[in-house]
Design a protein around this ligand. Sequence first.
Ligand code: GRF
Length: 204
Amino acid sequence: MTKDGAGSHKRVAILISGGGSNMVTLVNSMIGDHPARPCLVLSNIPDAGGLAKAADLGIETAVVDHRDYKGDRPGFEAAVTARLEAATPDIICLAGFMRILTEGFTGHWAGKCLNIHPSLLPKYKGLHTHQRAIDAGDVQAGCSVHEVTAELDGGPILGQARVPVLQGDTADDLAARVLVQEHLLYPAVLRRFAQGDKTPVFFG
Ligand code: GRF
């Protein structure tokens, strides 16, 4: 139930570290009869480009700079959680958020936190996913939305979108092709998740 308990929209907080293109598509999707609305965009990077985009969209923003917590990951996560609690979110979407989160954070937000990862999980957890798919000679790649658990990029899959890997693709070529699908997949998964439906979404 939301903060006001009036049976109104689910409140969605979005965590970013960079340009926030996924955040923008999520925010723009939460209109009309969508069961959720954005309540906060938070970044660990003070000058993340997505913060200005969120402000332009009229969304409250916040920064918890991880560099203020050198070596104190639990302290950083506690500060993020405290700032999130102030916005009373029902759902948290990690969208290009580039910090590894420990059980301290994932346990606290269990069942409420989603992430988008640019590979067809369980393949290619971690970084450099597109180059790894190309190097492996894969003919398909894509993205996955999953529930966030203590295992990095390891929670239950809530959606996947597939794209072809084309002859001569660079990692940037493939990333651009996958990003288009990310912007379709994440909003579709969020809408379903906000309605309490965990049936996975599959595109392509
Ligand atoms: C995207 O490829 C996403 O899969 C990854 O971060 C990249 C940039 O995302 N997590 P965004 O443009 O900041 O949403």
